[in-house]
Design a protein around this ligand. Structure first.
Ligand code: PEP
Length: 249
C-alpha cells in the first residue's frame, strides 16, 4: 500500500506574516490527514516555517537544492544545509528550473544524488511540453528524464524518492491533464521503473502536478497509479490545499 502524499510548492510567493497564517491554518486542518502533507516554502523561510511545523505531522521540503556539497557556489544552498534547516524533502528538476535556469537532465541527476546523500527525499519532477505532447514524444521525454537519474543514482535509489509527473503545459496554466492522461503517464513511469526492479516500481509514489485544485483532485487521485499531488498555486490557500489533502486520503 503506497501512502498518498500531497506536496505544496509555494514557488516565489509569500512573506513572513502571511506564511505564518497559512501554516497555522494548515496545521489546524491537516493534523489528522492520513496522507503525508509536505510544504515547500522559499529557502529564506524554511527555518521559520520548520519551527512552526515542529511536533506536527506536516513535513518541510525545499524547492530546489545545489548539486555541490559545499564551497564557492554563490547563491546556492546545499542539501546538508536544507537537512540542517529541518527539511525532509527537496524538489529536483521542476520544469521552471529546467526551463528558466537551464537545468539539464545531468544536473538534475546530480541534484537528486546530492539530496539523497544528505538524507533528503528527492521529489523528482518529469514532464513534457505541449509541443512534445503534440509531436507524440511524451513517453520519450519522461523516459529520458527518468533514465538520466537512474543511470547516475541506480534504480534502487528510487526506493527513497518520489516522482512527480508534471506536464509543463499544465503548470500554472489552469489546464489540467485529464485523469486518463495522468494515469497513462504514471503507468508508463511505473512500468519503466518496474522493468528494472518490480518491487521498486510497485512501491514508487507518483504524484501528479499541474493545476491541481480541490475541484479536480479526487478524480485525479482516484486513478490507480496516482498517489497524490504536487500542488503549486492552490497550495497558497489553506482551505483549497486542505481540501486537496482530504481528496488524497
Ligand atoms: C507546481 O508548481 O509544481 C505546479 C504544479 O503548479 P500549479 O499547481 O500552480 O500548476
Amino acid at each position: 500500500m503506497r501512502r498518498p502524499v500531497v506536496a505544496g510548492n509555494w514557488k516565489m510567493h509569500g512573506m513572513r506574516a502571511e506564511n505564518a497564517r497559512l501554516v497555522e491554518a494548515l496545521i489546524e486542518g491537516a493534523d489528522d490527514a492520513s496522507c503525508e502533507v509536505v510544504i515547500c516554502p522559499p529557502f529564506v523561510y524554511l527555518w521559520e516555517t520548520g519551527r512552526q511545523l515542529k511536533d506536527t505531522t506536516i513535513a518541510l521540503g525545499a524547492q530546489s537544492v545545489c548539486a555541490e556539497v559545499q564551497g564557492a557556489f554563490t547563491g546556492e544552498v546545499s542539501a546538508a544545509m536544507l537537512k540542517d534547516a529541518g527539511c525532509r524533502y527537496a524538489i529536483v528538476g521542476h520544469s521552471e528550473r529546467r526551463q528558466l535556469y537551464y537545468e539539464d537532465d545531468a544536473l538534475v541527476a546530480r541534484k537528486f544524488v546530492a539530496a539523497q546523500a544528505a538524507g533528503l527525499v528527492p521529489i523528482l519532477c518529469v514532464g513534457e511540453t505541449l509541443e512534445e505532447r503534440d509531436r507524440g514524444v511524451t513517453e520519450d521525454v519522461i523516459g529520458r528524464q527518468l533514465d538520466a537519474v537512474i543511470a547516475v543514482a541506480g534504480v534502487t535509489a528510487l526506493a527513497r524518492a518520489i516522482v512527480a509527473y508534471e506536464p509543463v503545459w499544465a503548470i500554472g496554466t489552469g489546464k489540467t491533464a485529464t485523469p486518463d492522461q495522468a494515469q497513462a503517464a504514471h503507468a508508463f513511469i511505473r512500468g519503466r521503473v518496474a522493468a528494472r526492479d518490480a518491487n521498486i516500481g510497485g512501491g514508487l509514489r507518483l504524484l501528479y502536478g499541474g493545476s491541481v485544485k480541490a475541484a479536480n483532485a479526487a478524480e485525479l487521485f482516484g486513478k490507480p497509479d496516482v498517489d497524490g499531488g504536487l500542488v503549486g498555486g492552490a497550495s497558497l490557500k489553506a482551505d483549497e490545499f486542505l481540501r486537496i489533502c482530504a481528496a488524497a486520503t
